[in-house]
Design a protein around this ligand. Structure first.
Ligand SMILES: Nc1nc2c(c(=O)[nH]1)N[C@H]1C(S)=C(S)[C@@H](COP(=O)(O)O)O[C@H]1N2
Ligand SMILES: [Mo]
Length: 344
């Protein structure tokens, strides 16, 4: 067992003026979430810093385009489901973004059905506000946090990450969120905490698919504490500049880009720090096919298909799958001395 350690904070070169703007952003984001359910859909309007020029951001625009908009002091109109992002660019992948349409209509969210188009069609029954997350277990200060608390506590970052499903398709998604380590730090994990367990909402009225016993509900996932503390590990509240759509796991979901997508527990209501490795949904369902670690590994095939290549949604030819989904420089050290097969 690797001793849990908190990695160094990533560099933040923030000027006093940015800090001031950040405070305003926090207040606006909180107001946005406490308001009535946000309208979603419609075109995405991204404004430059001067506030004069408005242009729709083309779907699938290169990440460079968004970085440029950020440097200019990206402003998005509040009230349209837009989130104010304080920081961009960290760990960003220089690959073409998957279109907003594909990111929000090609989903896995079995609580709303088993086909890829089901979540976008059915997730309207989910009520992502008000929403409370419980932080419990091996923490000095157990408690709860409303979604609007989270938005007041943490400045939002955009992270453009590769997203690789164990089914061998992939995307590039501009997520918006904050590092999980910042959230955990507030609740003070004890020295007994070795793992973090995540639980999705259990409510058949909001999640009708939970009437189907295809999985053992509620959906559960987990990380080792050092994985949870890694700076790449993101709690996501939005994508493409907007509040997270229900089908993508509103209002709060996990994203660990070096792992297969099923680790990314959606619509989280509980985060529990534990001594023992938590039981996880897909591992319980089919242990032979889905491991606890689930690190992306082109050399370890799924029992029923190869993981060597993947289909990037929106593209024609397949591409090679990268070890740790291309994030090895940040995470490979976490697994030193462990058999890669056991990590699948
Ligand atoms: N609660 C819950 N979380 C879930 C799932 C699910 O069915 N239920 N599917 C997982 C899988 S297999 C993947 S690939 C990702 C898909 O996230 P996306 O739809 O935002 O791309 O969510 C993961 N999180
Ligand atoms: Mo997946």
């Amino acid at each position: 067992m690797v001793a849990p350690k908190i990695p160094n904070e990533p560099e933040r070169e923030v000027t006093p003026e940015q800090l001031y703007l950040r405070r305003r952003e926090l207040i606006k984001n909180a107001a946005l979430f406490t308001g009535a359910a946000t309208a979603f859909g419609g075109s995405l309007w991204w404004f430059t810093s001067r506030g004069r020029v408005a242009r729709p951001r083309p779907e699938g625009a290169a990440p460079e385009a968004s970085a440029e908009a950020v440097d200019a002091g990206l402003l998005v109109p509040a009230g349209a489901g837009a989130l104010q992002v304080a920081k961009k660019g960290e760990f960003t992948v220089k690959e073409k973004l998957t279109s907003f349409d594909d990111v929000t209509t090609y989903n896995n969210f079995y609580e709303f059905g088993l086909s890829k188009s089901d979540p976008a069609e059915n997730a309207g029954t989910l009520k992502p506000r008000p929403w409370t997350v419980e932080i419990s277990g091996e923490v000095a200060k157990p408690g709860t946090a409303g979604i609007e608390d989270l938005l007041k506590w943490f400045p939002l970052e955009e992270r453009i990450y590769r997203h690789r499903c164990v089914e061998a398709w992939s995307m590039v998604v501009p997520w918006i969120g904050f590092p999980l380590k910042d959230l955990l730090a507030r609740f003070e994990p004890t020295s007994n905490a070795k793992y973090v367990a995540f639980t999705t909402l259990l409510d058949m009225e909001q999640m009708p698919g939970e009437a189907n016993s295809v999985l053992d509900w509620p959906y559960r996932e987990g990380l080792r504490l050092d994985e949870a503390m890694n700076p790449l590990t993101l709690m996501v509240v939005g994508l493409y500049g907007k509040v997270l759509p229900n089908q993508n796991g509103a209002p709060l979901r996990l994203v660990t880009p070096w792992k297969y997508g099923f680790k990314g527990c959606k619509s989280i209501v509980r985060i529990e720090l534990t001594r023992e490795q938590p039981r996880t949904t897909w591992n319980m369902a089919t242990p032979r096919e889905y491991g606890f670690y689930a690190n992306v590994n082109p050399e370890v095939d799924h029992p029923r298909w190869s993981q060597a290549t993947e289909r990037r949604i929106g593209e024609f030819s397949r591409r090679d799958t990268l070890a740790f989904n291309g994030y090895g420089e940040y995470v490979a050290d976490l697994y030193k001395g462990l058999d890669p097969k056991t990590l699948y």
